[in-house]
Design a protein around this ligand. Structure first.
Ligand code: AMP
Ligand code: ZN
Ligand code: FE
Ligand code: FE
Length: 290
């Protein structure tokens, strides 16, 4: 049983549509794949339908952008009610801020590179959550950089003069809202230091008090030493340990199934889903008509 609990589609900054991610998962020999687009559940219906067609169990999820002390924190959420008003309001605010921020980054880039906002919009599918990868794709198409990796290492890096941050909720607030919507929160790549500063152990402990259920330990951005530390931390805080690819289609090197999650852990996560984060979900996670 091969389980990958972190992937992105064109509903945010992946390069394959939700059904394409599930098709790729089937080809990669995965039994279970979670769709975790940034700050949106808009890919769920398509992904769940594809999962049914292809015999792949699709776990509906998302990756919530959070910010604490200026440190970017990514929170995975699984099985939350996509119609929950409070959580939906928080996500709407993040997506709006992401769009404003992307426009401001492009304004800064226009003077020096000639890149325009319309060039970026060509790479954004419908109402997708906008991120730096879309700007990267426009820079690649314009021949300004070779690929997304180069864009992130240069013009779009956090230390670049073109970089603009977006607003995002505090992780404790996000965890509380995810739980209230029946979701199961797992901290994504908690020690991925090459992306920037990370949260400390005391901050993770505070998240546990708000209802954090797990840590994504096995992720390509973590060294062996970081994985050992996170495994110890998970043991001491009674957190579940997951592993996943953070697949973005051709937008990143990450390959489906390169890290996986234990079937037992998936069932323990699922047992925590449901209204208020208490009762087990009765739907089996098969959320429809979202
Ligand atoms: P943003 O959320 O807009 O600040 O952009 C950062 C996001 O870009 C991360 O969450 C990654 O998932 C995504 N990303 C996609 N491709 C790349 C890449 N080649 N290098 C770094 N980040 C990437
Ligand atoms: Zn992403
Ligand atoms: Fe992330
Ligand atoms: Fe991700």
């Amino acid at each position: 049983m091969r389980i990958d609990l972190h992937t992105h589609s064109t509903a945010s900054d992946g390069t394959e549509p939700p059904s394409g991610v599930v098709e790729s998962a089937a080809r990669a020999g995965l039994d279970v794949v979670a769709l975790t687009d940034h700050d949106t559940t808009s890919g769920w219906v398509e992904a769940l339908a594809a999962g049914e067609r292809l015999g792949v169990r699709v776990v509906p999820g998302m990756e919530v952008s959070c910010l604490v002390r200026g440190v970017s924190v990514h929170l995975l959420s699984y099985w939350q009610d996509p119609a929950d008003a409070a959580l939906g309001g928080m996500l709407d605010a993040s997506r709006t801020s992401r769009r404003t921020r992307a426009r401001r980054m492009v304004e800064r880039l226009t003077a020096d590179t000639g890149l325009r906002w319309d060039d970026v919009l060509e790479h954004v599918h419908g109402q997708a959550t906008i991120g730096r990868p879309h700007i990267a794709d426009a820079l690649v198409a314009a021949g300004i950089v070779g690929d997304r990796d180069e864009a992130f290492a240069t013009l779009l890096s956090g230390s670049s003069p073109y970089f603009v941050p977006h607003t995002a909720p505090d992780p404790l607030e996000a965890i509380t809202l995810v739980r209230a919507a029946g979701g199961v929160p797992v901290l994504a790549h908690p020690a991925a230091s090459k992306r920037g500063s990370c949260v400390g152990d005391a901050e993770v402990e505070a998240m546990v008090e708000s209802g954090l259920a797990g840590l994504e330990v096995d992720h390509r951005d973590h060294s062996d030493a970081e994985r050992r530390h996170l495994r110890d931390l998970a043991r001491s805080l009674d957190l579940l340990v997951t592993g996943s690819s953070d697949y973005h289609g051709t937008g990143k090197r990450n390959l489906l199934g390169e890290n996986t999650t234990d079937p037992e852990v998936l069932e323990q996560l699922h047992a925590r889903a449901g209204a208020g984060g208490g009762a087990p979900a009765s739907t089996g996670g098969e959320v429809r008509g979202a």
